[in-house]
Design a protein around this ligand. Structure first.
Ligand code: FDA
Length: 302
């Protein structure tokens, strides 16, 4: 009830107040803010993946501007010597308006990253995007086998099969690099697992499948039981350090993150930045009202 109330009033709250909770989770508004945050993380032995905030654009003119922004981000970040790669949301490039135009824009971004020997992760959005984003990834992976990865969501019932279906893109030279996360959108029960234990169980099964196949799992979670389950699998399959990584969101569970880094596990942090932080944060809370509790804590429990 309270969660729902907060998620409804949040878009009308003053930006300065919303920034109070957002600033812990967002590097800032400018590329310089992102580079600074990334370098601080690099100094702690953590790699980054930089993301420009924004999604579900309304017209293709925005896609052109967003592509230019990503190209600039890559230019600046590479020049600054940041140890990290890039993540992007295909709807930021107009995936749901014109998938060919979105493909062309994203291809340019991946080509630019590849020219620096770097890598772009295609984030996974809500279920109307799943097939489109897998198809997009397939096309990019065919052209840039070592420079692109995808995200899959453990809460979707289709994900285990999706991993199997992507096996044809996997090779020892260019392992299939999949970030597995629980999934952040509210999806219909017909296509998604809803219970915490069920999602966790499938998360672990998906990671195990990737390890059995020699793929590269990027284990994206802050949930200790899932982290512990993944650690057991790393031990069981003797996965070398260059064939997996943990990933966490900027500002979330820094103690758990540090304990993994201290144990020598590869860690990457997702660093979002950009002018669209307000829309991003309020949309996230509307999509997933459980986030409202996190916000309440951030505002009131200091
Ligand atoms: P869970 O939700 O059970 O959280 C475990 C604990 O972590 C919580 O109890 C809380 O303490 C803490 N926590 C988790 N999220 C927090 C937050 N935002 N703020 C504060 N505390 C928090 N999703 C998606 O659909 N598509 C995508 O492309 C991505 N990409 C992505 C990249 C990376 C690097 C990460 C870590 C996550 C994503 N996600 C995502 C989000 C993901 O699907 C999921 O919603 C969140 O990671 C939360 O799930 P956990 O596994 O952390 O478990």
């Amino acid at each position: 009830m309270l969660n729902k109330l907060i998620s409804n009033i949040l878009p009308y709250m003053p930006q300065a107040l919303v920034w109070q909770f957002s600033k812990e989770y967002i590097a800032g508004e400018t590329i310089e803010d992102a580079v600074r945050a990334a370098k601080d993380l690099n100094n702690e032995g953590i790699k980054t993946t930089i993301d420009v905030l924004g999604e579900f654009i309304k017209n293709l003119g925005e896609a052109e501007a967003n592509k230019r922004e990503y190209l600039e981000v890559i230019e600046v970040t590479e020049k600054a010597g940041v140890q990290g790669n890039y993540s992007l949301k295909p709807t930021f490039f107009g995936l749901l308006i014109d998938k060919e135009a979105a493909y062309r824009h994203i291809r340019e971004v991946v080509a630019k990253a590849a020219s620096h020997g770097n890598f772009v992760r295609i984030d996974m959005e809500d279920s109307p995007c799943t097939d489109l984003e897998i198809e997009l990834f397939r096309r990019l992976k065919a052209e840039f086998p070592g420079n692109v990865g995808l995200v899959l969501q453990a809460y979707l019932k289709r994900t285990h099969q999706d991993i199997k279906n992507l096996k044809d893109l996997h090779s020892a030279e260019y392992p299939l690099n999949l970030r597995l996360c629980k999934g952040i959108y509210v999806e219909p029960a017909a296509i998604s697992y809803k219970k915490y234990d069920e999602v966790n169980q499938h998360f672990i099964e998906d990671i195990e499948l990737m390890m059995q196949e020699g793929m590269y799992p990027a284990i994206a979670t802050h949930d200790k039981p899932v982290v512990d389950g993944a650690l057991k699998l790393i031990e069981k399959y003797k996965v070398p350090k260059d064939l997996y990584e943990f990933q966490m969101l900027y500002g979330v569970t820094p103690a758990l993150r540090k304990s993994l880094v201290d144990q020598g596990h590869p860690m990457r942090v997702y660093v979002p930045f950009g002018k669209q932080w307000f829309g991003y944060c309020t949309r996230r809370v509307k999509e997933n009202p459980k986030m409202a509790s996190v916000i309440m804590k951030a505002i009131f429990v200091k």
